[in-house]
Design a protein around this ligand. Sequence first.
Ligand code: FRU
Length: 506
Amino acid sequence: MTRHKQAVEKATKSINQVKEEVGTNQWRLKYHVSSPAYWINDPNGFSFYNGEYHLFYQHHPYSAKWGPMHWGHVKSKDLTFWEHLPVALAPSEEYDKDGCFSGSAIEKEGKLYLMYTGHKWTGDNHDTDLEQVQCLAVSEDGVNFEKLANNPVIGAAPVGDIHPHHIRDPKVWKRGDDYYCVIGNKTKDEVGQVLLYRSHDLIEWEFVNVVAKGEGNFGFMWECPDIFDLDGHDVLVMSPQGMEPEDYLYHNLHQSGYVIGELDYESGKLDHGSFELLDYGFDFYAPQTTIDDQGRRVMVAWMAMWESDMPEQEFNWAGAMTLPRQLFIQDGKIISKPMPEVEKLRNELTAYENVIFEGKKVLGGVSGDCIELDVVIDAKDASLFGLKLRVNEEKGEETVVRYDLAEGFLTLDRNKSGKGLDGIRQAPVELKDNELHLRIFMDQSSVEIFVNGGEKVMTSRIYPGQASTGVEFFAEGTVSIKSLKKWSLNESVGCEPVHSKSLSEI
Ligand code: FRU
């Protein structure tokens, strides 16, 4: 047995030993991907291979804290029901001995290739004492991966103003006969940038150019870049570390966003517009996209943030993926919508129309901790309105979503959400015909709010008590809940599909 296979088996065994107990934790998510146990971060290798979606993730299979990185693995036929698979990559070679860091996947000649960063510490200072190279692993069955003998396929960094050691997270794609990849990097004096490489065979790579680079308040390092074509434009998604807060923006430790432009494949330069966030909540980082057989551009991100307090760590797990979201360009900006397949999870509809109220309103049948709410509110003459989720009046728990008409901001307030971090996040939102449309997905310890058809999204972990399941509407002035639909949602990760409707049936 190879060293790698041994390391993979050891990791899978470690997970299996605790997963049952971990599975009983009240905050375990029912329809969001997390590992059966222990730590996860970035989505990796998101791909559509042999008719199935594969999603890998950064994983430490020996504790609920970050450590030598492995790749965990799930797959799905519909981006909704996910099956856990054995650990796919484990550190085992000299070039990746301290971690198989983030990367991506691509199919070539019927095989699935993972391109990842081999990571090594070379001393005690984790900022300066490291070496990062780019590597490949291959699989014929989409489950068992072997590292290539040619590794690393990208070794030393190119000459120029390119930091030689912080060089990671390759995202690979094919265009015509050539393969390309972008890699996260920074200049020698700490300005985030992205490098572009080209290859004929995935094995031999030539450096093309610095495809984009920060100017001004744009962070000291860009992690997890992704470039793709969307509606005829080239989009660069990246996760800048260390942008300073500006007004209501950039209050998370690190940010994830995009620029839209045109990539000149000859010069390797992206001519692009301004940086926009992909999500305005507390917990969204390192997004990665793939394209499926229907041509849909789908994005998943890590639903957490570096250095955040994660109360689930006490129960031997940490971190999760967001719902997969389909990306579109509308009026020069990206909008993201939940995949239609998520509607397979719906059951028990409760619906209301034209509920006019002022002050406070509780509606029968509208409560829960694993639910979808689709609500259109007409602001009428109100100055402020919103709803409270996961309410428990006795314990004083609530997660508040409020819209202030004078400010034009939607605020997510988790000051009284339960355990974990507090604070607020804000997104600028305009009413359409005096109406606000919210599609809210709640899982046991998460909330995702899609605003006005996905123009803005706010994603957060929250850690309420089990009895905190109330939903309450409130308004200063009169509002009308024009329509409200609430569904309970089924479990879909690591379990048998409860029903398997085709897309046309939902
Ligand atoms: C982003 C990141 C990547 C790196 C990985 C390590 O969250 O820092 O740049 O490859 O996590 O786990």
